[in-house]
Design a protein around this ligand. Structure first.
Ligand SMILES: [Zn+2]
Ligand SMILES: [Zn+2]
Length: 186
């Protein structure tokens, strides 16, 4: 399975590269690529009162992008959109990311992954570690994995950043078995 990692709005190439190598080592068998495209943030997704973007239309843009790449390049793919703006779904204050499960589109937001957001000192390695975990989690959904009950598994649902920090970058043994049944090559 090929995974295209694409920025939504501006995200530094170095961040995308770090996410790419983290995803490839957490989910061996996936081939990641960073195309030279940027998906524009859909203006209609912005909620002025909340100062956040509604996730669903952005996920829709990422899906359109995935379908376009599939028809141009052939072969199944997942597109992971990485954005710096804050995102939400109705009924929740925020989300770290969202994905079709299973499907071709996933997104993550970096907005709440920097320690500075929580009033802590900048820590680039911690920031990247969190981004990789969120990316692997959402790609796991796109590959058909649902939430896992094991708090150390990357597929555990993070309600706050402490839960992300506690998780591994990899799926647990049970999730790896499930993934193997769905996608023998991953
Ligand atoms: Zn999830
Ligand atoms: Zn698991």
């Amino acid at each position: 399975m090929r995974v295209y990692i694409v920025s939504i709005g501006y995200v530094g190439r170095d961040i995308l590269e770090s996410i790419k190598s983290g995803v490839e080592s957490s989910l061996p068998g996936l081939v990641c690529e960073i195309p030279n495209d940027i998906i524009d943030l859909p203006r209609e997704a912005y909620n002025r009162l909340r100062r956040q973007y509604l996730s669903e239309p952005i996920l829709g843009e990422v899906l359109r992008y995935a379908l376009k790449l599939e028809s141009e390049r052939g072969g199944p793919c997942i597109a992971l959109g990485v954005m710096d703006a804050d995102i939400y779904v109705p009924g929740m204050n925020f989300i770290f990311g969202e994905a079709q499960c299973p499907g071709k589109a996933a997104i993550i937001s970096l907005f709440r992954l920097r320690p500075e957001f929580y009033g802590e000192r900048p820590n680039h390695n911690l920031f990247i570690d969190r981004a990789i975990k969120e990316a692997v989690h959402e790609i796991g959904h796109a590959l058909g994995l649902r939430h896992c009950k094991n708090p150390l598994c990357v597929m555990y649902f993070s309600l706050h950043i402490g839960m992300t920090d506690r998780k591994m970058r990899q799926p647990c043994g049970d999730c790896i078995v499930k993934l193997g049944r769905k996608h023998p090559s991953v």
